[in-house]
Design a protein around this ligand. Sequence first.
Ligand code: G3H
Ligand code: 13P
Ligand code: ZN
Length: 306
Amino acid sequence: MLVSNKTLQKKARKGKYAVGAFNVYDMESVQSVVRAAELEKSPAIIATTEGAIKYAGHEFIAELIRLAAKKSKINYSLHLDHGQDMDIIRNCIKLGYTSVMIDASHHPFEENIRITKAVVGMAHRKGISVEAELGTIGGVEDAIKTRKILLTDPQDAKEFVEKTGCDTLAVAIGTSHGAYKFTKRSKLAIDRLIQICKVVDVPLVLHGASAIPTRIVRKAKLFGAVLGNAKGVANNDVQLAIRNGISKVNIDSDLRLTFDAAIRETLKTHPEIFDPRKILGPARDAMTETVRQKMRLFGSSGKANK
Ligand code: G3H
Ligand code: 13P
Ligand code: ZN
């Protein structure tokens, strides 16, 4: 069944765990998240970026997720990640998304408020929850250029939530998107998170939370990947953030790396294989395992429908 992020995160906050938001692009990634959720009996947020929507086709990917959720007993949210294009946001609302993110964080404060408020008005009429972002989360993605990390200011966050009416808020506490987040061990601004939590009463979101596990990076490199000194957020730090108020944790890079390493391994060790199912199948299984590990780490395993 599909429910909103607000519903999932409110429960998570009460239960002191976080729901994972997993980025999907195709049938394999959608099935990995749903299979993991069923095996772990965990809720999950299934997220599509504008890039994924352009890649798969909006109706196609939305239908795929809606069908997978309909056939499952678990509660999911169908969520737009880092929405910036109003036409795409409108289309999400038409296609049955239960949550949208408006990312206007690169605009000045007042402009971010104006844009977010407009999306809240549109979405709330249809019962869809809205995630907004304040502060900057660094990193390189399709649509988001590298930005200097600017931590979220607690008083600004309070004012922002009051003025926009957003349901959940993505905060910048030192993470960034992609595989190169830190040069040494990760360090999150937990003090800042505690201060934000004291004055803001909507559920909070952590973006850029992939761990970039050494084991998977090594395996990908072994089978030919070119990755520099990739470093992510340590598992302990993610759990510390959850203990201090985060109730949604976004994961994309770890799924990409898992998929990449598995495909490289298959192609390198079985050069005779040319059946896509035999190439993509093991990658789908590997991705399912990574999602399961995240659910256990976030404490959401066993929390479906509770
Ligand atoms: O923040 C989300 C992803 O890590 C970036 O995804 O390359 O599909 O924009 P994208
Ligand atoms: P990662 O690049 O750390 O997986 O972050 C994903 C994310 O924040 C998606 O919105
Ligand atoms: Zn993000």
